[in-house]
Design a protein around this ligand. Sequence first.
Ligand SMILES: Cc1ncc(COP(=O)(O)O)c(C=O)c1O
Length: 450
Amino acid sequence: MCRTGEQTERGNGVGMMNNSTFVLRKAAEILESVSPALEDEVICAYVRLLLEQRQLYLDFSARHGTPVYLFDEGVLLQRAEQFTTAFSQEIPGLRAFFAMKSNNHPAVAESLVKFGLGLDVSSGLELETALDKGSQHILFSGPGKTEAELDLAVAHAEVVTVLIDSFGELDRLERVSRVRNAVVRAGVRLTTEEKGLWRKFGVPLAELERFMTRAESLDHVRLCGLQFHTSWNLTPSSQVSFLIRLGEQLAAMKRQRAQTIEFLDIGGGYWPPRGEWLHFSATPQGRITQLVLPDIRQPQRYRYFAEPLEIFAREIGQSLRQHIFPHVDCEILSEPGRWLVNDSMHILLTVVDKKAEDLVIVDGGTNIVGWERFETDYFPVINLSNPSLVERRCSIFGSLCTPHDVWGYGYFGDGIKPGDILMIPSQGAYTYSLRQPFIKPLAPVFPLES
Ligand SMILES: Cc1ncc(COP(=O)(O)O)c(C=O)c1O
């Protein structure tokens, strides 16, 4: 018998009843629940704010052409200021390291290094950019670092701290450091979920002391920190619950050993305050509906609320004071990506073809963001050439030979025609760094000169 996995019906909790009955019952529960609607006024307020700079954006597109990424450094620096203020009030001395994977454009790194942030890199490639930009404070995290990547880190040990992902990586780092006769500063990443996809990251909490014992026996790795990261957090609850678990572990640790921990890196994962804006197809109800009725498209949009950053800072700060600082007197680091960079880039496109009143093709494909983002995520498409606060239904397709190349299902404007400049706002996070040269060219990035 061929078995491709260990999962059984019993393992899924389904074994007790007929599988399809169970699934149908669960599906009915989901379909009957209601996702929170995104109110028109909220979208309009956002569009209105962007339209205040309309002429600036139009001049930019005339200067640089389309498709293009507009980089607004002013917004990026505002966010960096807001982040450091919010966190330093609650957690004095917290140091932030921008997670380069969220946007790997060198100008973003350069700007944040000048502002005073460190950089969190996840590959040799990102590390090279960080070094090139003169960063003096670099964290190198991520699973499966190659020996060549570790060697690059060790060669710059005066500015790089390696966040080790496994026992094997600890041994590899020791080996590479020994060859260079260097001692490298390191932390260990802790697994936040021991089951499912996230178990690929880090070392389970239960293995922390064994890891520390192993590191103590090595001469070229100075283990002095801990790291964890949880993703896509609309509230601080994931970070807080892991801090509680970590606190229990640290409480059981001998004082002398706990004192070797100089830093705790609490990762990133803060959701921007506008919340998550989704099409029906991305809600739990929509996902089920689309399987059964693939062509159904509901005009409603949905919003999953995100707590403001100040709430993240307050609750994480309280949790640190309650669960961590009684056992370990350490510096706190954080690795925000999305929260910092999300609003600092916009995409500008030109309408090339109008095939029907409700169907246009623009000059850029979604290969410039690297994934079929707008099938699930809602962002207003703003017709800068003919603006309005009314959203009209129209499929806005890119020019790739795939029907999944879609930017939106409506636009804010008083009509739409070839030559119009459209804006897809807030495309700074997990877009530019995921771009792929598929069929059409990539979009360049230019700074907005005010
Ligand atoms: C280890 C680590 N730190 C920080 C981040 C940044 O997360 P975000 O952009 O959600 O703040 C990520 C994102 O995947 C990550 O894996």
